[in-house]
Design a binder for this molecule. Structure first.
Ligand code: FAD
Length: 408
């Protein structure tokens, strides 16, 4: 089907008119774009990056992979018989997203390198006035698909900006920095860190892993698909969909334990504890990695390789808390200084407080950031803000102020 495509190259300064604008071209933005394409609607995707993929374009760190099985972690309308493993690595996922974008011709309707600065509901025209690095747009409908794990959250640690070695966030991996034979610190023990640590432990000379909270880590049922499975995914009607349905149901049943009856989480806790006992002999390290909160209260992680990496002679798990970073090392609250050549900041993302929210203004001038700040992540029929607020000066979050050199 051939649809009129909004001209995004016009040189005049009047806003480009389009029915629907989608901000972001990760899984969500792409999915919305494909639905609108199929419905024959007029739309544009505004993407600040230079490619589709979002999370999977940005997170290229060693060991990056999904932790939801690939047959499930894909579009229902675009199953991928080509997955090589049950949990695919980042390059495969990015290639998949890219191929879906090509198949549905979404790139043609995407403005890349287009950072959305603000979007304001215009009460005269009943349209969104959108300001971007690629000019102004005007749309009837605005879809935010800016992602929850998109804006790196940078730790506010004394002295960190003065560190003179290599330093970068996990989602902005500096592939020019060769960590081979270097002393490296990884700050954080979340989902990204537990993939990075085993991937680099064997090549660095020494690795300090800084842990604030020990996560619950379950075994990872990751394996290569056999030739027979891959054949069946491709040629046996319904086989891959059945595999996906089984994965879906298995995961959904966890909701009973997570939301209703915690007793059902006990088997998972036992499996996680058994993995600690199986993979770690040292009682001190076992204690350090054993979480002190109920399983399910924070995201559960999966890995078979993280604990073995921690037991390596060149790896230390540091739990005494960071007090300061100096030009060449990390100082912990117990006064110990550990010299390092590089720091990997794996401290997660601004999940509920994306800086983009500070620039999206509704009919009464309230920014999404203000509304979310006041009443949680509820935009539709959100309760009014207290009178003392000022409409125009958004109190929303800013990207960790005075953006340091290592965040981009
Ligand atoms: C390392 C990692 C592994 C993960 N693994 C899993 C997993 O296994 N299973 C799972 O369910 N989830 C996983 N997630 C969560 C993952 O983020 C989501 O599953 C999904 O990819 C999010 O898609 P999205 O389209 O909502 O957002 P994103 O993929 O984050 O895309 C958002 C897009 O919006 C763009 N954007 C943002 N702000 C602006 C702006 N102001 N102007 C223009 N463009 C903008 C960004 O550049 C980006 O391309 C993982 C996340 C990470 C970081």
């Amino acid at each position: 089907m051939s649809l009129p495509v909004t001209d995004t190259t016009a040189a005049d300064t009047s806003p480009r008119l389009v029915d629907t604008l989608i901000i972001g071209s990760g899984f969500a933005g792409l999915g919305a774009a494909i639905k609108l394409t199929r419905a024959g609607k007029d739309f544009l995707v505004l993407e600040r990056g230079n490619d589709v993929g979002g999370t999977w374009r940005d997170n290229t760190y060693p060991g990056a992979a999904c932790d939801v099985p690939s047959n499930l972690y894909s579009y229902s309308f675009a199953l991928n018989p080509g997955w090589t493993r049950s949990f695919s690595p980042q390059p495969e996922i990015q290639a998949y997203i890219s191929s879906v974008a090509d198949k549905y011709d979404v790139r043609r309707r995407t403005v890349f390198g287009c950072d959305v600065h603000s979007a304001t509901w215009n009460t005269t025209t009943f349209r969104w006035d959108v300001q971007t690095t690629k000019g102004a747009f005007s749309a009837k409908i605005l879809v935010s698909a800016v992602g929850a794990l998109c804006e790196p959250s940078l730790p506010d640690i004394k002295g960190i900006d003065g560190f003179e070695g290599e330093i970068f966030h996990s989602s902005r991996w500096n592939h020019d920095a060769d960590l081979t034979g270097k002393r490296v610190a990884v700050i954080g023990t979340g989902a990204s860190a537990i993939q990075i640590v085993p991937a680099i432990a064997g090549k660095v000379s020494h690795l300090d892993v800084y842990q604030r909270t020990a996560p619950w880590i379950l075994p990872r049922a990751d394996r290569e698909y056999t030739k027979a499975e891959r054949f069946a995914f491709r040629y046996v009607p319904g086989f891959q969909r059945l595999s996906r349905a089984v994965q879906y149901l298995t995961r959904e049943t966890q909701v009973i334990g997570l939301a209703k009856a915690p007793i059902f989480m006990k088997p998972l806790e036992l499996a996680a504890r058994a993995q600690i006992r199986r993979q770690i002999a040292d009682p001190v390290l076992r204690r350090k990695v054993t979480p002190t909160f109920k399983i399910g209260c924070k995201r559960m992680l999966i890995s078979n390789a993280y604990y073995p990496a921690l037991t390596r002679p060149n790896v230390d798990l540091v739990t005494s808390g960071i007090s300061e970073v100096t030009s060449d090392g990390v100082v912990t609250k117990d006064g110990t200084t550990r010299k390092v050549d590089a720091i990997v900041v794996a401290t997660g993302f601004h999940v509920t407080d994306s800086p983009t929210f500070a620039g999206i203004f509704g009919k009464d001038g309230r920014s999404l950031a203000e509304v979310f700040d006041h009443s949680g992540m509820q935009g539709y029929k959100a309760p009014p803000l207290p009178d003392s607020r000022t409409c125009s000066s958004s109190s929303g979050p800013t990207p960790d102020s005075a953006t340091p050199r290592w965040s981009t």
